[in-house]
Design a protein. Structure first.
Length: 301
């Protein structure tokens, strides 16, 4: 029978697979609260909170109580230097799946952090400028959701994310309250990264041309794209993450943990993928293709 370390390694290799997480819970003593917690969180991941509301609420309440009592105890066995740069952490399906950390600290300690927990979600916290090499980090390769709220991002950061980013799995992106222009957002719309995204929050940016809405209490009564958004879609076809697909303001932001590669929600719809001889993405890519190869080193490799 595999031990806990072997099962953790299986979880890290196959983070979307429930089987090694179930097996990890099974080898814990029956009276161990971690066993119950993993089982409950795995069940929650497969419950529809609208259709199975009571069961979902009961399970959620029990997991929150267990976490309140044991969160520090269940913290991954990170080395001290790496552990101290993690500002906060959240569990998903029984294990830490989301951390809050600065971009510079993730560059330096990402390898160590990822070796101890199946982290696929990041909240990047403002702590100086985002390092130029951040988006090139191999540690981002399996990241599913990424938040950069109020991090001072500029257009050049978005272009770096598009052109150099190892973000093939990224589906959920929060860029709220930065300084991103229309040109950079258009480049994102045109790019392969933009094609893969299911949710993007542009609120508070100069280039936010995503849907506006009117409400009655918690209910959304109408949504529309501003003129600029309509013009972009006339060129590129419909871009689903510019639109609101919810009937309540409580459901506008989709659950970042549930936006998997095979998510059943509505993805981007395009009349064609635009990479023409002109346009924001094409211009940026042309510069990348003609510049000297970039040299960089990653810490913790």
């Amino acid at each position: 029978m595999p031990d806990k370390q072997q099962l953790l390694e299986s979880i890290l290799r196959s983070p979307d697979d429930d089987a090694p997480r179930d097996a990890y819970a099974e080898i814990l003593a029956k009276e161990n609260p971690r066993r119950r917690y993993i089982s409950l969180q795995l069940g929650l991941a497969h419950l529809n909170r609208n259709q199975e509301r009571k069961e979902w609420l009961d399970s959620r309440s029990e997991t929150e109580l267990l976490l309140l009592q044991h969160k520090q105890e269940w913290r991954p066995d990170w080395p001290t230097e790496a552990s101290r740069v993690v500002k906060d952490y959240w569990f998903h399906r029984g294990f830490v799946g989301l951390i809050a950390i600065s971009a510079a600290d993730f560059l330096q300690h990402g390898g160590t952090l990822l070796a101890h927990a199946p982290i696929r979600h990041l909240n990047i916290v403002a702590d100086g400028e985002t390092p130029a090499l951040f988006f090139e980090s191999e540690y981002l390769r399996n990241v599913r959701s990424l938040s950069f709220t109020s991090c001072g991002l500029q257009d050049e950061d978005i272009i770096a994310m598009i052109l150099y980013g190892a973000l093939d799995d990224l589906r959920w992106l929060d860029l709220a309250y930065n300084n991103i222009s229309t040109e950079a957002v258009v480049a994102l719309c045109e790019s392969p990264l933009g094609h893969n995204l299911r949710y993007v929050n542009l609120m508070g940016n100069p280039g936010d041309f995503s849907a506006r809405l009117s409400t009655d209490g918690d209910f959304i009564t109408d949504t529309w794209l501003p003129d600029q958004g309509q013009q972009i879609e006339e060129q590129l076809g419909q871009i689903s993450w510019l639109h609101v697909r919810a009937s309540s303001i409580l459901d506008i932001v989709p659950d970042r943990f549930m936006l998997g590669i095979n998510w059943e929600g509505e993805g981007p719809q395009r009349r064609g993928f635009l990479v023409s001889s002109g346009g924001s993405y094409a211009d940026a890519k042309r510069v990348k293709d003609t510049e000297p190869a970039r040299e960089f080193q990653l810490a913790d490799r």
